[in-house]
Structure formats: structure tokens, C-alpha cells
Design a protein around this ligand. Structure first.
Ligand code: ADP
Length: 196
């Protein structure tokens, strides 16, 4: 089984590529999804988040208040570290658990911080980076999330620089098209390299 790390900046099309690979038979482990589940109602991270940050970061239903937390960690980098120290070990544990259950020629790890994490890179056979121009990223995220340009730019600045991702890549999938059909075709070409 090939263990493929998939990464890319926000709006690059990483999730779309992940879904396409999944539809072609790859197994997918989605770290963002696992992380979100940790902070939902009854999520594994909720007791520690409530303890560290206080009840005003928790919705009446018992999930993390994502908007409030996003603003808080933007303004306080040390709070981001605290939050990550709670969530990351839980995510790692769940990723290990899921990957032991998989049976497929290719296991795709969709992990946003892949490039920065020696822990994950050691466990992967190949890294595929989805890439596009920064203006394209901004345009797509504005359309998808309804955020203003400055917010998207701030998130891009917080992510690892594009050059770091590209330096770590075994393969780069250039996705600057405006047509999902073209992307699908590119992913199909990639799938044959992955034994799918
Ligand atoms: P990421 O996971 O990298 O943040 P997504 O896969 O969610 O990005 O893509 C961001 C948005 O851009 C989505 O709405 C997606 O449908 C759109 N998109 C991605 N690639 C293309 C493309 N080649 N053509 C048209 N729209 C695209």
C-alpha cells in the first residue's frame, strides 16, 4: 500500500483532489475532518478546551465556538499553541487508528501541516502538492467561504510558504484551471501512478 501525503495551500483544490482520488478507490484520511470532530459536541478535545479557555469558547450545545476561537488565536499566537497542544495528539491518535483499518492500494493522508511535521513525513512514501497562483487561491476561498480578501490573505500568511511545500513535493499537481473537468483528468493521470 502506497502512503501518499496530500497537501496544498488553502484554496489550492486539495480537498477536491482528495475526493477525486477517493472516488477512484483510494482510502482517505482527512486530518481537518478528524480535528473538527474533536471540537464538536462531545468531541474528545472539548473537556480540555473548556478547562483551558473557559466556557465562553463553548457554544450552548457544547461544541467549540469556532468563530470566536479563530479570532482569538489570530490575535494571540500562544493561544494557538495551547489549542494545538490539545488537539494534535488526539488527531494523531485517531489517524493511527483509522490507517490500521484500511485496505486499498493507496492511502491518502490529507494533512494541512504535513510539510512542517517530521512526524508525518517519516510515515509517508510520497508527497503530492496541489498548487496554483495565490490570486487563484484568494478568489476561490472568497467564493467558497464568503470571506473578504484580507482574511484570506491573513490565512495564507499563516500557512507554510508555498516554496516550502514545493520543496517537499515528490509530485506537483498544478491546478490553476477554472474547469473542474481538467482537474479530474489530471487526477486520473495521477491515479495510475498510485496503482489505482
Ligand atoms: P482546498 O481544500 O485546497 O482549500 P478546495 O478543494 O475546497 O480547496 O477548492 C476550493 C474551491 O475551489 C472549491 O469551491 C472548489 O470547487 C474550487 N475549485 C478547485 N479547483 C478548481 C478548478 N480546477 N476549477 C474550478 N473550481 C475549482
Amino acid at each position: 500500500m502506497l502512503r501518499l501525503g496530500l497537501t496544498g495551500g488553502i484554496g489550492s483544490g486539495k480537498s477536491t483532489v482528495a475526493r477525486e482520488l477517493q472516488s477512484m478507490g483510494a482510502a482517505l484520511i482527512d486530518a481537518d475532518d478528524i480535528s473538527r470532530r474533536c471540537t464538536m459536541v462531545k468531541g474528545l478535545a472539548m473537556p480540555a478546551i473548556t478547562h483551558q479557555f473557559g466556557a465562553h469558547f463553548v457554544t450552548p450545545e457544547g461544541a467549540m465556538d469556532r468563530n470566536r476561537m479563530r479570532e482569538h488565536v489570530f490575535a494571540h499566537p500562544e493561544a494557538r499553541q495551547t489549542l494545538e497542544a490539545i488537539i494534535h495528539p488526539l488527531v494523531q491518535q485517531e489517524i493511527r487508528r483509522q490507517s490500521e483499518l484500511v485496505c486499498s492500494p493507496c492511502l491518502v493522508f490529507d494533512i494541512p501541516l504535513l510539510v512542517e511535521s517530521p512526524h508525518w513525513r517519516r510515515q509517508l512514501d510520497r508527497i503530492l502538492v496541489v498548487d496554483c497562483a495565490e490570486d487563484t487561491q484568494i478568489r476561490r476561498v472568497q467564493a467558497r467561504n464568503g470571506w473578504d480578501r484580507a482574511t484570506v490573505e491573513a490565512i495564507i500568511r499563516q500557512q507554510s510558504p508555498r516554496e516550502h511545500r514545493l520543496a517537499a513535493a515528490d509530485w506537483v499537481l498544478w491546478n490553476d484551471h477554472t474547469d473542474l473537468q481538467v482537474l479530474r483528468h489530471e487526477v486520473q493521470l495521477m491515479a495510475s501512478r498510485l496503482g489505482l
